[in-house]
Write a protein that binds this ligand. Sequence first.
Ligand SMILES: *Cc1c(COP(=O)(O)O)cnc(C)c1O
Length: 356
Amino acid sequence: MPRPLLATIHTAALANNLAVARRYAPKSKIWAIVKANAYGHGLARAFPGLRATDGFGLLDLEEAVKLRELGWAGPILLLEGFFRPTDIDLVDRYSLTSALHSDEQLRMLEMARLSKPVNIQLKMNSGMNRLGYTPDKFRAAWERARACQGVGQITLMTHFSDADSERGIEHQMAAFERGAHGIAGARSLANSAATLWHPKSHFDWVRPGVMLYGASPSGVHADIRSSGLQPAMTLASELIAVQTLPEGETIGYGSIFKARAGMRVGVVACGYADGYSRVAPEGTPIVVDGIRTRVVGRVSMDMITVDLTPCPQAGIGSRVELWGNALPIDDVAQACGTIGYELMCAVAMRVPVRAE
Ligand SMILES: *Cc1c(COP(=O)(O)O)cnc(C)c1O
């Protein structure tokens, strides 16, 4: 018998979430972002649910090639572009669209031998200060790109730092408009947060990622409750043991939790080596037999211990949901001091995954 831990990928939820993105940005085309192995869902497993997209965005050339092998003939965007001149052969061979954020990349394209021009997304640094040309250098970069024989269509791109929070996007929208003023070409600005909450940033292409997987860009589940998004992954396991503890007994490494008299504690087959966060504190929500309860004691490599007080009928073999349909991943992430993105991307290789 395999360990009773399983990640289920909900194909219908992915398709639903893509449709939600379309409903929010009805006039825009969509780059469905599938970097990091489709945010931990598996590129090949996520593909069928997302194939109604207009294009896919990702980082690794290998993932781009895999998408072509899956039969995707439409646009593929490399979000960080290429890294070395040899990458450009693959960009050419697989007809990839490339972000272009630096003079070094531009020089590589100018030197490349290509079978056809490469479509690029010229990236502006409008305030994120990671990649791209600042607004005052943008026009010169655009002119140089336009003069380059190896460059085909040029889309203007930038990325928001605060579309999910207080500061918002105004300062970056203003910077973008200043730098892109008078330059023709399609625009691509919005991530999930901007797709959901800043309609005026939508323009020609939006780039939703985390919303396609049913998690909130802000990390707070309440922020997407009325959006119609559905969890694309359920991580579930079972109780493999139950302990009834006398008053004052402790649980697990470090003895950080002390039991009340007669407390029943369930042992779940899932630990940090499966991707469950080791920093999950006491009280982190978890669902046993359909009832929401809490993690107690320290998360260990292969096991978690949970309070069975609210679910007295639970025993060995009871179903445990770590996150998914019965428990938003955002709620678990929030308890761990992180965001759903990190948890879903961290699901480990050893966890069996099934798409449905
Ligand atoms: C990851 C990424 C996105 C998607 O971000 P979400 O917050 O997951 O929607 C969009 N654009 C770029 C450039 C990215 O790197």
